[in-house]
Design a protein around this ligand. Structure first.
Ligand SMILES: [Zn+2]
Length: 156
């Protein structure tokens, strides 16, 4: 489990989700992977627990240096939302990079900014994760301020 604080908010990523994300680490020619991050807001919105995610499916377009998520991920998210009695919601995105310590590309930053302005979710923050070979890096986007900042870094 990863736990860190951001603007006095406690954020957690469960070991179940960590296990899923790190199973896609891009070693030995593995294709890029990605998906949606799903969370529950707990204790009256003071804590964000990332406790679910979507993972690559057949309909996605994957290559060594690219990943295009299919719309089906949104369907899966919708199902999880209903199943959880509307408690599990969209909180952001994750994808892999074939870099030891991953850094977001220009394209990543552009798409994150777009998501900050158009995403419909109850959470005031969006979380973006890049899974590298040696570490997983977390960025947090503030929807009101339209700002993206470093959240945390986690070495395997
Ligand atoms: Zn990227």
């Amino acid at each position: 489990m990863i736990e860190f604080k951001f603007n006095n908010k406690k954020m957690q990523i469960t070991s179940d989700v960590l296990g899923k994300l790190t199973s896609y680490i891009q070693v030995s020619g593995n294709y890029e992977a990605g998906g949606l991050l799903i969370a529950s807001l707990v204790k009256g919105n003071y804590e964000i627990e990332i406790n679910d995610c979507t993972t690559p499916i057949e309909e996605d377009k994957r290559s060594l240096l690219g990943y295009r998520r299919s719309d089906k991920h949104n369907k899966i998210l919708n199902e999880k939302w209903k199943e959880s009695n509307y408690k599990k919601l969209y909180i952001g995105e994750w994808h892999t990079h074939p870099q030891n310590i991953p850094i977001p590309s220009f394209q990543d930053k552009t798409s994150w900014k777009k998501l900050l302005s158009k995403s419909m979710t109850e959470s005031e923050y969006l979380i973006f994760i890049i899974v590298g070979i040696e570490s997983l890096e977390i960025w947090i986007g503030d929807k009101k301020r339209r700002k993206i900042e470093r959240g945390a870094s986690y070495k395997y």
